[in-house]
Design a binder for this molecule. Structure first.
Ligand SMILES: [Zn+2]
Ligand SMILES: [Zn+2]
Length: 149
């Protein structure tokens, strides 16, 4: 291991943010994109549609961070996009929830351990919501590890 890599790992452990490792659609298709990294983590690649346009969006995998990259179309700040699974075209929409900040619809990704993550689909809004459907101890463990497996 070079000196550089060692420093990198030390920083990583102390400041590792809560991030999404294995988001999927409801059918279990992986949305993880190792080719495009945001904040050094694999991004979440989904199809994005805005009015008649469609492209891809690489979503920031860090909880509470929204440094998303939109590819193939321009979406002005404040506009709401729709997200779809690249494999089965499932609409990745939270069926009942809306953003508590701006009332826009929210996307929904499934995570292992029966948890889901929701986020606001308005460009510029940073709202995220994490729901763990399983036992409370899982919540404790997940936050202790600061990572969603
Ligand atoms: Zn799918
Ligand atoms: Zn919002």
């Amino acid at each position: 291991m070079s000196e550089n890599e060692k420093i990198q790992i030390e920083i990583d452990v102390s400041k590792r943010p809560l991030h999404l490792e294995h988001p999927t659609c409801s059918k279990g298709h992986s949305l993880r994109c190792d080719n495009v990294k945001i904040h050094d983590y694999a991004s979440i690649k989904v199809v994005a549609r805005f009015k008649e346009n469609s492209g891809f969006i690489y979503i920031d995998p860090i909880y509470g961070s929204f440094d998303n990259i939109i590819e193939g179309m321009h979406v002005p700040e404040g506009e709401v996009i729709e997200l779809f699974c690249p494999e089965c075209d499932e609409k990745l929409l939270a069926p009942t929830d809306t953003c508590q900040v701006c009332l826009s619809p929210m996307f929904l990704f499934h995570l292992p351990n029966n948890s889901i993550i929701e986020g606001c689909m308005q460009k510029g809004c940073m709202f995220h919501k994490l729901k763990i459907i399983d036992a409370e101890e899982q919540v404790a463990r997940l936050f202790e590890e600061r990572m969603l497996l």
